[in-house]
Write a protein that binds this ligand. Structure first.
Ligand code: HEC
Length: 162
């Protein structure tokens, strides 16, 4: 059950806190469909991490970027890209309003995000869409699960803070 993720970018084994350089995703050009505040609603199951990340990029742009920055660099809200520079810290940032839990693995981040993000609209996306957004975010942080999917069974082994 403990699935290991194999080919991680930057040759990192388990932990992506390893300095992988501040990889930021390509600045997302404002997508042509400025969806009216919402989900570009693809709800199919993506077969691979790659496919998830591709969909997640669009969903992130439509649902998260306004607060967390186009490249996850932060803005009105904390950064979500740049784990080696302090993004997604193990402990909730001081003064955190919603977050009370530690982020050890991608599963912990997922639990928080589904319950709390976007603020006031938690749960507006499907589970599959949240996984896609997280895949995109993890990819920007140097993680690559390749042909594997990011989901409830693989997320616990994507360790952010060992
Ligand atoms: C309206 C602004 C807003 C939007 C939109 C939003 N967030 Fe957030 N997000 C915040 C704020 C504010 C915090 C800080 C939470 C706290 O104080 O506990 C946060 C915290 C987070 C954190 C934890 C960061 C940390 O270091 O503790 C993650 C992960 C996150 N958001 C992901 C997302 C995702 C994914 C989406 C899109 C589905 C999203 N957010 C949409 C405002 C937003």
């Amino acid at each position: 059950m403990d699935r290991r993720f194999g080919a991680a970018a930057c040759g990192l084994g388990m932990a992506l806190s390893i300095a992988c350089g501040g990889e930021t995703p390509p600045a997302e050009s404002p997508s042509s469909k400025t969806a009216s505040g919402a989900t570009n609603a693809t709800n199919a199951t993506n077969a691979t991490f790659e496919a998830q990340a591709a969909e997640g990029q669009k969903l992130y742009a439509a649902n998260c970027a306004s607060c967390h920055g186009a490249g996850g660099e932060g803005g009105k809200a904390p950064p979500v890209v740049g784990v080696s520079q302090g993004a997604l810290p193990l402990d909730p940032p001081t003064g955190a309003k919603y977050r009370k839990t530690q982020f050890r693995s991608a599963a912990d981040v997922a639990t928080f995000v589904v319950k709390s993000m976007p603020p006031g609209e938690a749960g507006k996306l499907t589970e599959e869409q949240y996984w896609a957004i997280l895949a995109f975010d993890l990819k920007a942080n140097g993680v690559d699960l390749g042909a594997k999917r990011l989901d409830a069974s693989s997320a616990p082994s994507v360790v952010l803070h060992p």
